[in-house]
Design a protein around this ligand. Sequence first.
Ligand code: VGL
Ligand code: ZN
Length: 208
Amino acid sequence: MTVASADTALIVIDLQPDFMPGGALACFEGDAIVPGIAQLLAARHYGTVVATQDWHPATHASFAAQHTGHAPFEVIDLHGQPQMLWPDHCVQGTPGAELDPRVDWAPADLILRKGSHAQVDSYSAFRENHGPDGARPSTGLAGWLRGRGIAEVHVCGLARDVCVLWTAQDAREEGFRVSFLWDLTRPVTPEGDAPTRAALQDAGIVIV
Ligand code: VGL
Ligand code: ZN
């Protein structure tokens, strides 16, 4: 395997036990991508590697349990935006929120935790979802990458139709060239694959 260009970073999204089969918010075949991602890191294929960790307080507003009369996978209005309600997942400090122990994360340059604000969900590595004031607060990642001379990002991880998709779209909006490592992602719902592909194509994201 040749080494990626020095201006290219790998972003690994939310490779955490709660998104694996048997986990609190299991992705379809989530396990299948672990060896490939472990190998990319072990081979030092990318000079810059970022890993994200979904990292919620126990009372996070995206948890269905916080909304009386609502069940997981229902959509409610939160701060004027549609919000899918999830089972409790990736609660700060719990085993399900760790980075997947089957990967050696030593090569990661930055581990970015997102979703810590109890009232705001956070799918993308670049910007939180809409908050009470209608804005989407930056995580600072775009500036961090630009500061290291990064012009292109390759995204992988979980979930294909949620956090990896939102990260790829925001990366494009921030002006990075973006490749979506399709086979190193898995969705919450496989039925979403066609709309996900369409959204990526619309955004000018390369599907690898
Ligand atoms: C995710 C739903 C809720 C993800 C995170 O990592 O795709 N999905 N929180
Ligand atoms: Zn989450």
